[in-house]
Write a protein that binds this ligand. Structure first.
Ligand SMILES: [Zn+2]
Length: 185
């Protein structure tokens, strides 16, 4: 990013990308996120599904657990039904349907993401859990994709090219060549 002037949205997304890099280094699907309140990062997290052998341990839910468990960020006994109503999420990949729903139930203010999630996207990628789907009590939220999109796609490719190299019998995937060209959204 040297030499590039980034706006604050891109700076936060770059921080989310750093968490995705951490996930990649740990052998996880490289997805990272930061939660921002009053222009400050209050939580950063990354995917931990392999480490914890728990398919719900997506970056977003890891961070939400951290925020809710912190008595400064979420004062005990506070009656706010929507604890994330003044919090914005930056995540490298469009939140999946599970996370998009959790974010809505927590009343997230807004979401920015990098690349679309064509298989499980919950912010219009597959289904618009964020605002298109009607819900009697949980308010909709705006989700905007495309921020640092190419970097988000490339890091996923780096993961899928190298995964299985540690397996006893490497699968042919391990020999794949990293594709670097990216088609438009
Ligand atoms: Zn998710």
């Amino acid at each position: 990013m040297a030499g590039l002037i980034m706006n604050h949205h891109e700076e936060f997304m770059a921080e989310a990308m750093a968490m995705a890099e951490e996930a990649l280094a740990a052998g996880e699907v490289p997805v990272g996120c930061v939660f921002v309140r009053d222009r400050n990062i209050i939580a950063r997290a990354r995917n931990r599904t392999n480490q914890l052998r728990n398919a719900t341990r997506h970056a977003e839910l890891e961070a939400i657990d951290e925020i809710l468990a912190d008595p400064v960020l979420t004062p005990p006994g506070s009656s706010n039904a929507y604890p994330l109503s003044d919090t914005t999420l930056y995540v490298t990949v469009e939140p999946c349907i599970m996370c998009a729903s959790a974010l809505r139930q927590m009343g997230i203010k807004e979401v920015f993401y990098g690349c679309a999630n064509d298989r499980f996207g919950g912010c219009e990628g597959v289904i618009g859990v964020n605002e298109a789907v009607q819900h009697p009590s949980h308010p909709p939220y705006k989700a905007t994709g495309g921020m640092l999109r190419e970097a988000a796609i490339l890091i996923l490719r780096r993961f899928y090219v190298t995964e299985n190299t540690n397996a006893p019998v490497p699968k042919s995937k391990a020999n794949r060549v990293l594709k670097t060209e990216i088609s438009p959204p």
